[in-house]
Design a protein around this ligand. Structure first.
Ligand code: PGA
Ligand code: ZN
Length: 428
């Protein structure tokens, strides 16, 4: 069999924060190969796949030697000879070899790098770009990008409580135009910060460092940046990732910049005020992962007009998506392949969300690399949305630029998701 897996090589490489990560190369019998690189989160959901690290004092405990050994000694022997075109069978072996609900034995970093490498090898063997291999006969759209302008939270020394202040170029007609619009807003935001004497470099995902005294000041500055770039709010709107698990627990919210503590309903009231005053169309993890009642109340109150995304709350799990839908929590899911640990589990979560008419946002992590697989997943699976961090630093730009190449490959028939990517309910 020409597409049998004949060789698997792992190595330690370095991510965008200068931390070690897992890279896997898969070679097939026909000599064709594929690569996968594990990304890494900083504000991680407690139920996501385990990122296996060595601990100890070297490299602040972030070493990946154990994960690499698992690829070489456990994963490789089991996958040799398997057909790379059968992703579900390969991933089923990874899941069975691990045997835990959260990849604690092999490490989600070991399994996702392997799973992505097999997928990339299969597409190369089929002689197709990955997005086309994934799409088969299905129509695809270039995803609506969700792009960070100010970084915050765990990615910026907790300078603001809200983690991501993002924009969505809803009025664009193409992916190319979408990036053009965001480039103008990003630049306008940098100029505005500079003119106020507040420009202080960039945060982990490339967004401007949030030198603000309140969360609301950041919202104000973002709104002004959109206007300064010359766009109306129906052309470029705001999206927030609150990442509330970082400052909320047991129904108590302690945002550092708000100078008081909140219970869930008071915290929701504060956010409802933001939704009234600023052009916000999407909110991720508005409440902590341990606050299902808060998520239900938030979704019930605003889910008809706002996209409500579960990240830490849903951890790219199909079961959690279905359970949340049954309870009226969220109307969109963030899809982070390394939260699930394999491509197949990520795909199943996407399918569950698609059946529900939910929004689907394929997402990078705050620790990234030159790997562009997720751009192909977003396009080939037709998820409609893509979140990759900001509009600077090459681990981010590599992904946005890959989207431009895909749009060119599709050519004149290329469609851009735009508004239509938001969940049906929030458009009603
Ligand atoms: P992380 O954050 O990659 O640091 O976990 C990204 C997000 O919360 O969306
Ligand atoms: Zn998030």
């Amino acid at each position: 069999m020409k597409t049998a897996i004949s060789k698997i090589t792992s190595r330690r490489i370095w991510d965008s924060r200068g931390r070690p990560t897992v890279e896997v190369d898969v070679e097939l019998a026909n000599g064709i190969g594929g690569r996968g690189i594990a990304p890494a989160g900083a504000s991680r959901g407690s139920n996501e796949a385990i990122d296996l690290r060595d601990g100890g004092s070297l490299l602040a405990g972030f070493g990946v030697q154990r994960a690499l050994s698992n690829v070489d000694e456990i994963i490789a022997p089991a996958l040799l000879g398997m057909d790379a075109m059968d992703q579900a069978a390969v991933d089923a072996i990874l899941i069975a070899l691990d045997g835990t609900p959260n990849k604690a034995r092999l490490g989600g970093n070991a399994t996702i790098a392997t799973s992505m490498a097999v997928l990339n090898a299969a597409a190369a063997a089929a002689g197709m770009p990955l997005w086309r291999y994934l799409a088969g006969n299905q129509a695809v759209r270039l995803p609506l990008p969700e792009i960070q302008i100010f970084g915050g939270g765990a990615h910026a020394g907790r300078r603001t409580d809200i983690q991501d202040f993002l924009v969505m170029p809803l009025g664009a007609q193409s992916f190319d135009e979408a990036l053009f619009m965001v480039a103008e807003v990003y630049r306008a935001a940098g100029d505005l910060m500079a003119s106020l004497g507040r420009r202080a470099g960039v945060a982990d995902e490339g967004g401007w460092w949030p030198d603000f005294t309140s969360n609301e000041e950041a919202l104000e500055m973002l709104t002004r940046s959109i206007e300064r770039a010359g766009y109306r709010h129906d052309q470029v709107a705001i999206s927030l990732d609150i990442a509330a698990s970082e400052f909320g627990r047991n129904g108590r919210y302690k945002p550092a910049l708000e100078s008081r503590e909140f219970d869930t309903s008071e915290w929701l009231e504060l956010m409802f005020g933001w939704l009234k005053r600023y052009p916000i169309v999407s909110v991720e993890d508005p409440v902590a992962e341990d606050d299902p009642e808060g998520m239900r109340a938030f979704t019930e109150a605003v889910g008809d007009s706002v996209q409500v995304i579960g990240d830490d709350f849903l951890v790219t799990s199909a079961d959690r998506v279905n359970a949340a839908a049954a309870r009226g929590q969220c109307n969109a899911v963030l899809l982070k392949p390394n939260q699930a640990g394999t491509i197949t589990e990520t795909y199943r979560t996407m399918e569950a969300a698609k059946k529900l008419g939910w929004g689907m946002i394929v997402s990078a992590r705050s620790g990234e690399s030159e790997d562009t697989t997720i751009v192909h997943l977003a396009t080939g699976w037709n998820t409609g949305q893509l979140k990759v961090g900001s509009f600077s630093r090459s681990e981010r730009m590599a992904k946005w630029n890959e989207g431009l190449r895909i749009e060119e490959q599709i050519g004149r028939s290329a469609r851009f998701a735009g508004w239509s990517a938001l969940p049906a309910r929030s458009l009603a």
